[in-house]
Design a protein around this ligand. Structure first.
Ligand SMILES: Cc1cc2nc3c(=O)[nH]c(=O)nc-3n(C[C@H](O)[C@H](O)[C@H](O)COP(=O)(O)OP(=O)(O)OC[C@H]3O[C@@H](n4cnc5c(N)ncnc54)[C@H](O)[C@@H]3O)c2cc1C
Length: 320
């Protein structure tokens, strides 16, 4: 099928974009990379009369790392974010998750902000925004506001954005000293949406982490040869919750030395399996997704415990 008839607007400025959004609030839609919206239009699951194409808008393609924040403009593609060395250094979790988003050609066109606005519970980046404690900046003719991931995500494919609002940028915090982070998922084929996916951020008391990605080396000793202890753990999920809900798991892990992580894996996996709420479909039953999520979380936890620095996980994961 093809989209129903529509008019395409191509503003060049943010102000003009906001005027168009206000004028077409009831019958207009923003299009960025089109990687989610075009299939929706082609299947006529949506039939806006006006498309506001933001790809020529000045000032939306910034990617900056300042202080403790990675600021991602609305036109930054998944691929650009994935391959940026500064981003990899500030928070390797982003690149690690992005390598699981679709195929490289889709990541070349699709934007991370578009993915966050689309709010697909199968999408990696809405969850990563929530797990990192990120937020989005939003503008309309009525003014500007900031929304945390929690405030933005209302339900599957549903956000709290008003029809006249544009997300100008998403802000992901950098990892803090002593933190390690990783993402993994299982998909039936490489590039498919994951059947289940897990992101973890582990905090440790080893703030003087050595920059190494060699997982085969023994658990790192922290200051003065002391084995690092885990001080916190939080997890987010792909395809097994309706919205990017985050679980804090500190009570199961706090004080555990990283070389004793085997003693807490079962408790963490069990808490996660109780927390999620997967649904069955033609690809996998709900029970299978629940089981899979526990297995992925356990493996990821072990991998993070072996990791020698805040930088290591991305070198050890799959994706393309
Ligand atoms: C075959 C295939 C496989 C895919 N697999 C995955 C996958 O595994 N994981 C995954 O996460 N995604 C996957 N995607 C989706 C892909 O990541 C999209 O790029 C992304 O979801 C949307 O980005 P976009 O720029 O293409 O947005 P568009 O398709 O242009 O827009 C998506 C929605 O966001 C809105 N929007 C876009 N930008 C803004 C903005 N700045 N402010 C407000 N609203 C905005 C649009 O109005 C629309 O409702 C897949 C897509 C395809 C076609």
């Amino acid at each position: 099928m093809k989209p129903s008839p529509l008019r395409i607007h191509r503003p060049k400025t943010i102000e003009n974009t906001l005027e168009l959004l206000a004028a077409h609030a009831s019958d207009g839609k923003i299009i960025a990379g089109g990687q989610s919206l075009v299939p929706v239009l082609n299947m006529r699951l949506a039939a806006p009369e006006n498309l506001i194409d933001i790809t020529a808008v000045d000032g939306l393609d910034g990617l900056t790392i300042e202080g403790q924040e990675i600021t991602v403009g609305a036109l930054v593609s998944h691929r650009r974010l994935e391959r940026d060395p500064g981003v990899a250094s500030a928070n390797p979790l982003l690149g690690e998750a992005l390598r699981h988003v679709a195929h490289p050609s889709i990541r070349n066109r699709g934007t991370t902000v578009g993915s966050i606005a689309h709010a697909d519970p199968n999408g990696e980046m809405p969850m990563i925004l929530a797990l990192t404690g990120g937020h989005v900046r939003v503008r309309s003719l009525r003014g500007a506001r900031t929304l945390t991931a929690d405030e933005l995500n209302v339900g599957p494919l549903e956000t709290s954005l008003e029809p006249d609002e544009l997300i100008t940028e998403a802000i992901f915090p950098a990892l803090q000293p002593g933190q390690r982070a990783g993402f993994d998922e299982l998909a039936r084929r490489s590039g498919d949406y994951g059947l289940a996916g897990v992101g973890l951020i582990m905090s440790t008391d080893n703030a003087d982490a050595v920059a190494s990605v060699d997982a085969s080396r023994p658990p790192v000793s922290g200051t003065a040869g002391k084995i690092a202890a885990i001080t916190g753990l939080k997890a987010g999920f792909v395809s097994v919750t309706d919205t990017p809900d985050i679980i804090e798991l500190d009570q199961f892990v706090s004080g555990t030395p990283v070389d004793r992580v085997d003693t807490i894996v079962d408790a963490v996996a069990s808490a996660i399996k109780d927390f999620i709420d997967p649904e069955g479909d033609i690809h996998a039953t709900a029970d299978y997704r629940r089981h899979l999520t526990g297995v992925i979380a356990g493996r990821l936890l072990k991998r993070l415990s072996r990791q020698n620095s805040t930088r290591g996980a991305s070198a050890l994961s799959g994706g393309q």
